[in-house]
Design a protein around this ligand. Sequence first.
Ligand SMILES: Nc1ncnc2c1ncn2[C@@H]1O[C@H](COP(=O)(O)OP(=O)(O)O)[C@@H](O)[C@H]1O
Ligand code: SF4
Ligand SMILES: [Mg+2]
Length: 378
Amino acid sequence: MGKLLEVNNLSISFTQYVQGLQRHYLKVISDLTLDIGESEIVAVLGSSGSGKSLLAHSILGILPYNSHVTGEIKFKGETLTQETKEKIRGREICLIPQSVNFLDPLMKVSQQAVGECKDDEERKEKQIRQREVFSKYGLDESVDDLYPFELSGGMARKVLLSTALLNDPDLLIADEPTPGLDVKSVEETIQDIRNLKENGKGVLLITHEIDVALKTADRIAIFYSGYVIEINKVENFVNSKNLLHPYSRALVDALPKNGFKLTKGVQPLEEVPGCPYYENCPIRLDKCQNNKPELIKHGDAMIRCFNFDEDIPADSEAVVSEESDVIVSEDLVSEELVSEESDVIVSEDLVSEELVSEESEDVVVEEILEVEEVNDES
Ligand SMILES: Nc1ncnc2c1ncn2[C@@H]1O[C@H](COP(=O)(O)OP(=O)(O)O)[C@@H](O)[C@H]1O
Ligand code: SF4
Ligand SMILES: [Mg+2]
């Protein structure tokens, strides 16, 4: 399986002016490394404000002017420059943007979806396909002539989705593609993303909904405070014991199917000298306070934690224990999610309301089991 996208040590920061004169650097993404192969869906899972959209925008070369970027992004083995990003975006790499503001307010939605064409023949073909894709998402012919302000939020999201799929990209970046869609459209979106994979395409799925990541992705990269702290196969998310980082384990233990084991903790908003999880980590070591763990390979997975450094013996007390109290971000605490008995709070941002219901929990479990079966067979 060839690599379609490689992001190496990407960091993004912003210059801000405090009290008029003092310059302040806000680091949002730190040392991010991930890759996506052909026929692969990789989900980036993180809470709101953790820099997920910025990752998408940096791949496409559409970051705001006050951003500073270091690191390298490769597409099909070639390092991307601003010029090459502009050339391939909307063609080989397409974005389903998070915000409906990406639609041009002065252009009819069907024209936007068809986009630039090299000749009349290509235009005709794309117009036929545009109608097919729009119909599939329940957008009838009357929608073609509408302007974005005439669309409801859900319709606008369907237009964005159809526009990206219409271009048949080699790599699709889907930035929160499902919120605001009805249940049927969510299922169709997930299926379309999986169809792209079946056709050899790659997908970067950006989401704050763990159930969407579990249902759709082959691998999940967990974002914490601007760092990717673990990348692991989706089947390992069935049981927190299969995961490596204490935060990833906490996320999975906080799912309803795992008994809602919740604990307290806040993601640091500012850069800290050591491991970003230090303040909340139940298995921290002295060295974690002032030293940053690197993202390293561990079998098929990637992990950013000193407990997986080779210099630490396997029988060290610090190795993740089953009893350890895991801690998850309390930045978006939902009252309903916090039970009296539990000493943990999970970010509600990462656990969608659907997942909280008993029925949908079963659906997610079934999906995971199906993934497991497929993997066992292959
Ligand atoms: N133009 C900007 N100037 C300063 N900070 C910004 C700018 N754009 C984004 N940010 C910062 O980056 C953070 C992450 O943004 P974003 O990628 O949209 O998060 P996510 O998609 O994970 O919700 C924001 O919370 C904000 O603090
Ligand atoms: S053990 Fe140390 S490096 Fe690992 S997550 Fe905890 S604080 Fe971070
Ligand atoms: Mg976003």
